[in-house]
Design a protein around this ligand. Structure first.
Ligand code: AMP
Length: 313
C-alpha cells in the first residue's frame, strides 16, 4: 500500500446528491477548480471490497502510472436494467445511510444516489452493447445483464465525466467488457482494475454473501478453494485444459448446489480453453455457482492474482 493510501483520511460526511442536474453543477464547478474526478460505481450494501476501489482512486498503484484523483465520487444505485426477471432486484440489500458513512470514512466527497426514474427519465431507447466478450461465462446465464451494466456505466460516465474510474477484478468479465466499451466509444476515462478483496477464509466479499445462511456460508468457501487448487495444479505443470476444467468443476460442484460454469479461459478474450488445448502460463480460472438460491462468482488469473492461500485446506 502506498503512503497516500496509508495516510489518515479526514472524516467527513460526504455530500449526497440525488438529482443529476445538481450533480452536473457540482462537478462543473469542481472541474473549473482543477479537480481530477475519480469515480466508483456501486450498487450499495458496501463492504471492504468496495472501499478498496475508493482507496485505489486516492492512491493508484505506482505500477499503473496513474495520478491520484482529487475529487472522489461514488454512486449507489441498484440498477434495475441489469437484473433479469427472475433475479434478486427486489430483495437486493439496501443501506444508504451505512454506505454514506463508510464512503465518508474513506474520503469520498460526493455520493450520487439517484432514483431509477431520474436515471431513466425517458425509458431506455439508447443502449450500449458489447459483443463477443459477453458471449461466454456469465453472458449466456444472465441475458441482458451486461447490456444493463454497460448502458448504466456509460450514462454515469456521461453525467460525471470522471478522469479515472475503478472496478473490481472480482467481476472480471464486467471489467473486461467495460474496458472494451471505454476503448470502442473513446471515453476519456482511465480504468483501474482492483484485486479481489476476500474474507479471512478466502471467500470473495460480495453484497450477496448477506443472503447466505451460516451453513451455506461455510460451504461457499469451496469456490475459492477449488480455484486455488486449480491454480496449484496449473503451477505444478498440469496444462491440459480438459483436465484442469474438469477438476475445477468437480470441486465446485462438491461444495455448491449447482454450477453455472467453471472454466479455464483466455484472460483477454474470455474464450474458454477446451479439450486437449494447452493452457498457457497466464490463464483465467473463473466460476459461477449457486447455493441456497444465491449466485456467487469468483476468479483468479494465474501469474497475476495471488491464490486465496488461506482457503487452501
Ligand atoms: P457491486 O456493488 O456489486 O455492483 O460492485 C461495485 C464494484 O465493486 C464493482 O466494480 C465490483 O467489481 C467491485 N467489487 C465487488 N466486490 C468486490 C471485492 N470482493 N473485491 C474487489 N472489488 C469488488
Amino acid at each position: 500500500m502506498s503512503d497516500v493510501a496509508r495516510a489518515p483520511v479526514p472524516q467527513r460526511a460526504p455530500r449526497t446528491i440525488v438529482d443529476p442536474a445538481e450533480l452536473a453543477q457540482a462537478l462543473t464547478e469542481a472541474r473549473a477548480a482543477g479537480e481530477r474526478i475519480g469515480f466508483v460505481p456501486t450498487m450499495g450494501a458496501l463492504h471492504e471490497g468496495h472501499l478498496r476501489l475508493v482507496d485505489a482512486l486516492r492512491a493508484p498503484p505506482p505500477s499503473t502510472g496513474l495520478s491520484p484523483a482529487t475529487l472522489l465520487v461514488a454512486s449507489v444505485f441498484v440498477n434495475p436494467t441489469q437484473f433479469g426477471p427472475n433475479e434478486d432486484l427486489a430483495r437486493y440489500p439496501r443501506d444508504l445511510e451505512g454506505d454514506r458513512q463508510k464512503l465518508g470514512s474513506r474520503g469520498v466527497h460526493i455520493v450520487f444516489a439517484p432514483t431509477p426514474e431520474l436515471m431513466y427519465p425517458q425509458g431506455e431507447a439508447t443502449r450500449v452493447r458489447v459483443s463477443q466478450l459477453t458471449d461466454h461465462l456469465c453472458g449466456p446465464f444472465r441475458p441482458g445483464h451486461f447490456e444493463g451494466v454497460t448502458t448504466v456505466v456509460a450514462k454515469f460516465f456521461g453525467m460525471i465525466g470522471p478522469c479515472l474510474a475503478s472496478f473490481g477484478r472480482k467481476d472480471y468479465q464486467q471489467l473486461a467488457v467495460l474496458r472494451r466499451m471505454v476503448k470502442d466509444l473513446h471515453f476519456p476515462v482511465e480504468m483501474l482494475g482492483v484485486p479481489t478483496c476476500r474474507e479471512a477464509d478466502g471467500l470473495a466479499m460480495s453484497s450477496r454473501n448477506a443472503y447466505l445462511s451460516a451453513t451455506d456460508r461455510a460451504r461457499a468457501v469451496g469456490i475459492p478453494r477449488a480455484i486455488s487448487q486449480a491454480l496449484r495444479a496449473h503451477a505444478g505443470g498440469e496444462r491440459r485444459a480438459g483436465t484442469l476444467r474438469a477438476e475445477l468443476a468437480r470441486n465446485v460442484a462438491a461444495a455448491m448446489d449447482s454450477v453455472d460454469y467453471a472454466e479455464v479461459a483466455d484472460p483477454d478474450t474470455l474464450q474458454p480453453f477446451e479439450g486437449d488445448a494447452a493452457v498457457p502460463d497466464r490463464a483465467l480460472f473463473v466460476v459461477a455457482a449457486r447455493i441456497g438460491g444465491t449466485r456467487l462468482i469468483d476468479n483468479a488469473v494465474s501469474s497475476e492474482d495471488s491464490p486465496a492461500t488461506s482457503a487452501v485446506p
